[in-house]
Design a protein around this ligand. Structure first.
Ligand code: SAH
Length: 351
């Protein structure tokens, strides 16, 4: 007979900590009933800290030019079919201005590792967004850079940095990335970002090739010990022009289950219901929020480039104007009893 994991769920909800072996059992032994218990506890915890508020982050996809060659990613360097683009500083600040007027108070600049974005160029963009909108948070998601670069960008006003750790297992990391990239360096970047005073986001894909329950348990232990301010998880979705084109996508069920687990591991974490989740299921983002997530990230990129920032196949929200994306998500959240708020949506450290 399968193990009854409800005692483990209660233990997690009370102590916010399990051993790696216990996390493994929590994942392997799940069923519909235990998932419901876990979700109810996660939603209660999120409600206690953040009420029914959902924070929005305006995502600006600044470039799909990338020197890296991550095996899962559609904008990897060796994809010859990817039509490359880059926004210039004026275009990026114009997206932020438009976002501001739509009620966004956090902008996320995300892109490939494009050498055009030197410290000087990227720092200048951060400075100009912060000068026009001092009440806003600027989040960067521009990959691995040197400590001095992170330091410079922080001095220019960047508040937060998203750098998914991708996997807590170094061998698994090596199967998802080319030899030139290293797990040690990625983890070191996360530590440096923290030391420099950024609010830091880590995260991983659910169902990435070669991922095991054990590895997911290690990811959860990493989140428990690192205690990131933010954590981005979404299903892996294959991209047709990558070596992983024939691999199966991660599931809605497991992603939502892990969102609930992460909420209980680290209750105040800012946890997005990602675009990837909305891509594998038409109501994926709603289901993510109802599992314990509390952030959504509508797209603010100019419509003419959106289709080109294709990390995986069939990405949603590539046709609408920014205002429509914002409206659509507000309506979706309202339909499940949540309210999108105009707020920087900072991490609630006290809890
Ligand atoms: N260059 C930046 C931004 C990467 S894109 C960086 O290195 O951090 C943001 C995230 O998209 C990645 O961290 C990865 O976890 C996710 N991603 C990439 N390809 C994906 C795919 N095929 N399916 C789902 N998520 C993917």
């Amino acid at each position: 007979m399968a193990e009854d994991i409800s005692p483990l769920i209660r233990k997690l909800s009370e102590s916010h900590s399990l051993s790696i072996e216990e996390y493994e059992r929590l994942i392997a032994g799940r069923n519909e009933e235990s998932a419901r218990l876990l979700r109810d506890l996660a939603v209660k915890e999120r409600r206690r800290i953040y009420g029914n508020h959902v924070y929005v982050r305006g995502l600006i996809e600044v470039s799909n030019i990338c020197r890296n060659d991550c095996l899962y990613c559609g904008i990897r360097r060796s994809n010859p079919h990817c039509e490359r683009y880059r926004l210039n500083p004026d275009e990026i600040t114009a997206c932020a201005d438009e976002g501001y007027s739509l009620g966004f108070r956090t902008f996320v600049l995300q892109g490939g590792e494009d050498s055009y974005f030197t410290d000087e160029v990227l720092g200048g963009i951060v400075r100009s967004i912060k000068a026009s909108h001092p009440d806003c948070a600027v989040t960067l998601s521009m990959g691995e850079r040197s400590r001095s670069s992170y330091e410079h960008l922080r001095a220019c006003g960047a508040d937060r940095y998203l750098l998914r750790h991708e996997t807590a297992d170094p061998e698994h990391y090596a199967r998802l990335h080319p030899p030139a990239m290293s797990w040690d360096n990625r983890m070191n970047c996360l530590r440096e970002l923290r030391e420099l005073g950024y609010q830091v986001g880590c995260g991983f894909m659910v169902g990435s090739p070669y991922q095991t329950t054990r590895i997911l348990a290690e990811d959860l232990k990493f989140i428990e010990t690192f205690r990131p301010e933010m954590c981005g998880i979404g299903p892996f979705i294959p991209h047709k022009d990558t070596p992983f084109r024939d691999e199966p996508a991660g599931t809605l069920e497991l992603t939502c289950y892990l969102l609930s687990v992460i909420r209980l591991v680290h209750p105040p974490v800012l946890l997005p219901a990602t675009t990837a989740l909305g891509t594998i299921d038409p109501l994926g983002r709603e289901k993510g929020i109802m599992s314990g997530a509390n952030v959504v990230m509508p797209n603010l990129s100019p419509v003419n480039v959106r289709r080109k920032y294709e990390l995986y196949d069939n990405k949603i929200c590539t046709g609408e104007e920014s205002a429509q994306c914002r409206e659509c998500l507000s309506n979706r959240m309202r339909s499940i009893g949540y309210e999108v708020v105009v707020d920087r949506g900072d991490f609630k450290r006290a809890l």
